[in-house]
Write a protein of this length. Structure first.
Lengths: 167, 167
């Protein structure tokens, strides 16, 4: 049985995780409040994106229950390939349980081991205050503000933040 | 005969323009000083990128000589799809002749017609002072600074700028 107190294990995603990953990323994509992805994406399109060849994808599990997933990839090519980018999503049922924080910590380690020198979030929706607070606590700085760059389904055009930290 | 004073005509790129486009983008990619693209890209890889399905690509010609090329695309999907992104390259022989400025002006018109609400440059290399000055003159603001986000072949790790303007 999975319990709230099971320790979190973060491992590479496997093909068999697809349904569990969709159960996490699907609701976030459909809500359209935090990621610049089409709300109408199909399950296959979403999985193709989240598990694309240009990134490594991980899952965070407690016991046998997958509570979160993240990817890490180079943010740019060529002269920009030493900066990585990540996307993290946690199950709604796991909000407040430290899953995103644990995944971010894992990704920072992974990034250093992979030789990246910095991590960049290109579009943190400014109304996603929980995320902004968390990333700041993880050492990221707001290095840019993009006026009205995100259309929030309820709040309309809101600013997006560029967040960055060296490794 | 093409003369320096020929008026610049900007039109959609056609398949027959591939060689001329490569003659412009190839040296810029090989130099690796201004674009975050792999310096070792093949001609085909570069053209596949520059003419990809997710963007519209234009050429600027004086008489029958192509002096510059640019693309316009959505910078993000979903809630971010109202912000566009462009990349511009001019022939080395045309530097200082206003080709980049003309292409930028054309792209701003194109962006408005296509319904975009803003234009964003994600990674303007800070040492590319001519470009920074030009984009500022075209109404872009520096909204972010990414510390050491670009590895310049001669100057090492230099800052990159995020530039943005509403339309």
């Amino acid at each position: 049985m999975t319990t709230v107190s099971s320790p979190l294990n973060i491992r590479k995603a496997a093909p068999a995780d697809a349904a569990a990953i969709w159960s996490i990323i699907g609701p976030t994509i459909r809500a359209g409040e935090t990621y610049a992805l089409p709300r109408e994406m199909t399950e296959q399109q979403a999985l193709d994106y989240w598990l694309a060849d240009d990134r490594e994808t991980f899952v965070a599990e407690a016991g046998r229950e997958i509570l979160g997933t993240y990817y890490i990839r180079a943010n740019q090519q060529g002269g920009g390939r030493h900066v990585c980018n990540c996307g993290y999503m946690a199950a709604a049922s796991a909000i407040g349980r430290g899953v995103a924080r644990a995944m971010c910590g894992h990704s920072l380690d992974r990034a250093r081991k992979a030789g990246f020198r910095a991590m960049q979030f290109n579009l943190v929706v400014s109304t996603n205050e929980r995320a902004v607070r968390l990333w700041r606590g993880m050492g990221f700085e707001i290095v840019g503000r993009l006026p009205g760059a995100f259309q929030h389904p309820a709040r309309g055009f809101v600013d997006a933040l560029v967040m960055y930290r060296t490794l």
